[in-house]
Design a protein around this ligand. Structure first.
Ligand code: OSB
Ligand code: MG
Length: 366
């Protein structure tokens, strides 16, 4: 495909409620959208980098800069989505920026060919069960109200964000209130160290599905040591940026479950490789989220429909994040979201809504 040009568009999406994690509080999602224009079709990619480099080293301004300054110039005149990662490989890191660009090119290519993301990736089902990630709250009663609301909406799994000082008590309270059948897991976003192993073992009493990323992202060996001291399965998020990382983590015994986020891994193709590897090793995977708009969500839901995604993902409905999404909203039905069927992502930004939330836009001719 020949690329005519690329638009980098920044949008500001107010969240319906502040989202607090161990690394910070988000009130507005600052999103970089990449629109690739070709003679045959246009494609969209949503960059999952956040405003500040707190989840990982990437951040939105940096992603825009690396795309315009290094990634676009590295692409040949004619490009195939399958070859994008190879062209971009000499540029180290910046996987979220690379993922956004590759996704936009893949979307354009699939739209041109009339194939959906789900078909292309190998979706095995037409709807996926959905969980919800619940931020850190000021009080336990507030948390219980939030969880109750999500369960009433039909979410099939609850994930609680934890940090030192907000772990055993909120988990105990949610377990006691909603019973032992509730699928419950926690996410520490790297807030602990191996010295906290005995404290974290107290969570074993609550029958959690998993504990996500308890230790720092480069602590693979420490995660393996922690795994030996916990009954709760360890799931890695931040640590896994590639299939190579996944292979290393699995062979070290650092995790028994992986959260796959295509943005973090450099795109949907690498995400699928991680899925394939985990499936071959009997390691369960689930689809993570980064508070995506409908564009990123569409592709995540397609990915979550692959056969190795055996646990519910953080693929929540649009309204969990945004009062008005930039696409037709994703809505929960019996705790599931439908995999879009149309070509490419199968969803489009609604022009008037997109205009309203746009804070800047830049056209880069090829
Ligand atoms: O660690 O999974 C995470 C959101 C932003 C950054 C990191 C994470 C998250 C979430 C929310 O947990 C997932 C979602 O619902 O999109
Ligand atoms: Mg996480």
């Amino acid at each position: 495909m020949k690329i005519t040009g690329v638009e980098l568009r920044r949008i500001a999406m107010p969240l319906v409620a502040p989202f607090r994690t161990s690394f910070g509080t988000e009130t507005t999602r600052d999103v970089l959208l990449v629109r690739v224009v070709t003679p045959e079709a246009e494609g969209w990619g949503e960059c999952v980098a956040m405003s500040q480099p707190l989840y990982s080293s990437e951040y939105v301004d940096g992603a825009a800069e690396v795309i315009r300054r290094f990634l676009l110039p590295a692409l040949p005149d004619e490009v195939d989505a399958q070859a994008v990662a190879r062209h971009l490989a000499p540029i180290k890191g910046h996987r979220m920026a690379k993922a956004a660009l590759e996704t936009a090119i893949l979307d354009a290519q699939l739209r041109a060919n009339g194939e959906s993301f789900g078909q292309f990736l190998g979706a095995a089902v037409d709807r996926v069960p959905c969980g919800v990630s619940v931020g850190i709250m000021d009080t336990v009663p507030q948390l219980l109200d939030a969880v109750e609301g999500y369960l009433e909406e039909g979410y099939v799994r609850i994930k609680l964000k934890i940090e030192p000082g907000w772990d055993v008590e909120p988990v105990r309270a949610v377990r006691e209130r909603f019973g032992e059948d509730l699928l419950l897991q926690v996410d520490a976003n790297a807030a602990y160290t191996l010295a906290d192993a005995r404290h974290l073992a107290r969570l074993d009493a609550f029958g959690l599905l998993l504990i996500e990323q308890p230790l720092a992202n480069d602590d693979l060996v420490q995660h393996a040591q922690l795994a030996a001291q916990l009954q709760t399965p360890i799931c890695l998020d931040e640590s896994i940026e590639s299939a190579e990382h996944a292979a290393a983590a699995i062979s070290l015994g650092a995790c028994s479950i992986i959260n796959i986020k295509p943005g973090r891994t450099g795109g949907y193709l690498e995400a699928r490789r991680i899925h394939d590897l985990c499936r071959a090793h009997g390691v369960a995977v689930w689809c993570g989220g980064m508070l995506e708009t409908g564009l990123g969500r569409a592709a995540n839901v397609a990915l979550a429909a692959l056969p190795g995604f055996t646990l519910p993902g953080d693929t929540s409905a649009s309204r969990r994040y945004y009062a008005t999404d930039i696409t037709e909203p994703f809505e929960l039905a019996e705790g599931h979201l439908s995999v879009p069927k149309g070509p490419g992502l199968g969803v489009e930004p609604i022009p008037s809504i997109l205009e309203e939330v746009t804070t800047s836009s830049e056209w880069i001719p090829a």
